[in-house]
Ligand binder design. Structure first.
Ligand SMILES: [Zn+2]
Length: 221
């Protein structure tokens, strides 16, 4: 058994790009924790949506089989207004408690600024001597953000690790269905059909019915 932590900027990011992989870890007996840095609501909704999204995150975590989901409640779409060290230290406190062997987080080139802040803060928080048990640090794509990044060369998501999620894609989609407010109508990338098609696309690249792509930034074997 190993401990896995997904560091997500907003509620639903913990599963949009990597829900099938997390469910697969949980089925294998790994202890999987979701850490959601921002509350995901106040830039778009009334404040009471914070609780609605936190409840959706809890129900989605139950579907995926996660051990816990933590909400750090930082300000939605305003993480770039915080000193980066504040976000980094928030992550460091959680990782110090959970001591993960694997950390998954955002690809920093996403169009969503919060994703970039979380990805960069996570990379700093996971420097080798600060997270001595960590063996794998990898970033995932977030549908409706990674593919909409400003088109520069360093905004290219270049996965080299593909996780076969043929057996957990249905679980991922059931978990995403808990986030009624975040789902959109097809062909939006956050529709259940588009998520299934995206998994099929990544799977087709490696000869599997469904896959999730990851870019591993550091791995210790
Ligand atoms: Zn997000």
């Amino acid at each position: 058994m190993s401990t896995v932590v997904v560091l997500a900027a907003h509620p639903d990011d913990e599963l949009l790009g990597i829900g099938g992989t997390l469910a697969k870890h949980a089925r294998a007996g790994d202890e999987v924790h979701a850490v959601i840095l921002a509350e995901g609501a106040t830039s778009r909704y009334d404040a009471d949506m914070v609780d609605v999204l936190a409840d959706a995150a809890k129900r989605a975590a139950d579907v995926l089989g996660l051990a816990s989901v933590r909400n750090c409640s930082l300000p939605d779409q305003r993480l770039d207004a915080l000193p980066l060290v504040d976000v980094t230290q928030t992550i460091e406190r959680v990782l110090g408690e959970l001591q993960p062997e694997t950390v998954y987080t955002h690809f920093p080139g996403d169009v969503n600024c919060d994703h970039g802040v979380v990805g960069r803060a996570a990379w700093t928080a996971c420097r080798p001597y600060a997270a001595p048990l960590l063996r794998r640090f990898a970033v995932f794509e977030t549908p409706s953000s990674t593919e909409w990044a400003w088109p520069t060369s360093d905004a290219a998501f270049t996965p080299g690790l593909f996780v076969d999620i043929s057996d957990t894609l249905d679980t991922k989609l059931r978990a995403m269905a808990c986030y009624a407010s975040e789902l959109r109508t097809y062909p939006h990338p956050r529709s259940l059909q588009a998520l299934a098609e995206r998994a099929a696309y990544w799977g087709s690249r490696v000869g599997r019915p469904a896959a999730e792509p990851l870019h591993v930034l550091r791995e210790l074997q």
